[in-house]
Write a protein of this length. Structure first.
Length: 485
């Protein structure tokens, strides 16, 4: 199937932000859960109920008496309710009801009596024990959390496992850390975890050690090991991955000076990474990222007016600093973006803003089949430029010479694929991994940064926004600031 421009579909209008009035039944205030119901159906049911005299509030508040859900378990709705209470600061104890109560009430033209068959069953948990959805993409994970020492210990072991080539072990520690990041409060005892998903016995031992002693001996041994320190040093070089770093370690190399003195053969990218090592390993501040974004925007408008430049990555998730800058470029007219990147990079280079660049062409084509090409790839196949930007600075690192080197990725996405690109390039990496795992295991779909493919219907599902992608997957939309898994 050829890739053709997708018409922007008119989305169902959302119900007004506030209720129209108390309605005919002032003792009943409804709130419909959008998850799995979808925005369009929720809007339709809201209009239907209001037409029959019911008050339906768009957002949860203490006034809500009936929460109505469709195709969600009692545990899922209870978790949704807790999230709403945290966000709005309102308590209340509404009835958690299946859609059957709503349907019968609409048929009767009044609120029918709540029977046991209408109520969603919620298993009561032991005191101090939290509930947690099994996939990170089903949870809201803020940038700041209360369990930093615990997650740092687990992420150190995840990194070490990755250096050793044990991807399964690395993923296990990463999943455990992501659960702790999503906890609503500080973990005090191991018992509080209960049977939360994603936390294995090894992770529990690490958590217990940190809770009891403040540190984990295993983690401290890893941090002090020569191999771990050397692997961290080498993998921080732009263009050096785990395999290359491991080979250098096996060859007896231990420092950056060793690489130079022993005449180690480096790619052009690695040479640039070594030359600007200190700058590239100095955090990029948000203001610096925005300055680079403005510079690229200026170049883009010179080359193709109307093109948008979006700051993605950790900065879109609310991080105050990061290790590089990811910028997505797209044009509202399909096909106009072709050839744009080379013109933009050439202009930036002519302004002495580029210290290094390597571009690659778009190698993606939407085709019929059981899954999109590269559907399980971590990276995508967009046209992109890996570059090192020359950023003028007045203070901090590089102030003496007046500039610092910053890693910048420029990615060009066709407008029809832009929502998928934005979702994929926002991260976090674990959130994206879990989102694709959920799509595959729970929905029999394949998601990548180009498309969403429904294997059961043999159909590509178009989307004009991130929200619509989540809707296709039957997931509650998670805003970027809550994807810091």
């Amino acid at each position: 199937m050829a890739l053709v421009p997708l018409k922007r579909r008119r989305r169902a209008s959302s119900p007004p932000a506030g209720p129209p009035g108390p309605g005919r039944f002032p003792a009943v205030v409804l709130c419909l859960v959008e998850k799995r119901m979808g925005a369009s159906r929720r809007a339709f049911l809201t209009q239907l109920a209001r037409a029959k005299g019911f008050r339906v509030d768009r957002a949860y508040s203490a006034a809500v008496t009936h929460v109505v859900s469709e195709q969600n378990s009692g545990a899922e709705v209870a978790q949704w309710l807790e999230q709403q209470r945290e966000e709005c600061g309102a308590e209340g104890n509404p009835a958690l009801l299946d859609i059957s109560w709503f349907t019968e009430s609409m048929g009767a033209g009044r609120p029918v009596e709540i029977e046991s068959r209408h109520r969603l069953r919620v298993t009561t948990l032991a005191p101090h024990r939290w509930q947690m959805a099994p996939y990170a993409c089903q949870r809201r994970t803020p940038l700041l959390h209360s369990n930093q020492p615990l997650t740092e210990a687990l992420e150190t072991l995840a990194e070490e496992a990755g250096f050793s080539g044990s991807e399964g072990r690395s993923l296990a520690f990463t999943r455990a850390a992501s659960v702790l990041k999503a906890l609503p409060g500080r973990l005090s005892t191991l018992e509080e975890l209960g049977p939360l998903p994603g936390i294995g016995e090894h992770s529990r031992r690490v958590i217990q050690d940190v809770l009891e002693d403040g540190v984990c001996a295993e983690v401290e041994r890893v941090k002090l090991s020569e191999r771990y320190q050397t692997m961290k040093l080498f993998t921080k070089i732009f263009g050096v991955g785990v395999r290359t770093a491991s080979r250098w370690y096996q060859e007896g190399l231990r420092t950056l000076v060793d690489l130079q003195e022993r005449g180690t053969k480096l790619t052009r990218q690695q040479q640039a990474g070594l030359r600007h090592y200190d700058d590239l390993n100095t955090p990029v501040e948000r203001g610096e990222a925005e300055s680079i974004s403005r510079a690229v925007q200026g170049a883009v408008q010179r080359c193709l007016p109307g093109t948008s430049v979006t700051l993605a990555g950790g900065f879109r998730r609310g991080k105050p600093h990061g290790h590089d800058v990811d910028l997505l470029l797209t044009h509202p007219e399909a096909g106009r973006e072709a050839g744009l990147l080379s013109r933009v990079v050439s202009w930036l280079d002519s302004q002495d803003l580029i210290l290094y660049q390597h571009s690659q062409e778009n190698s993606y084509a939407l085709q019929e089949g059981p899954e999109p090409p590269g559907g399980r790839d971590v990276m995508d196949r967009f046209e992109r430029c890996f570059s090192i930007f020359r950023l003028e600075v007045q203070g901090g690192p590089g102030a003496a010479r007046g500039w610092k080197a910053v890693r910048v990725d420029l990615v060009v996405a066709p407008i029809s694929q832009f929502p998928f690109a934005l979702l994929g390039w926002t991260g976090s990496r674990h959130f994206e991994r879990e989102l694709r795992r959920f799509a595959s295991h729970e929905r029999k779909m394949v998601l990548n940064s180009h498309a969403l493919y429904d294997s059961r219907r043999n159909l590509f599902l178009p989307a004009v926004s991130e929200e619509e992608i989540f809707q296709h997957l039957g997931l509650e939309y998670v805003p970027p600031a809550q994807r810091n898994t």
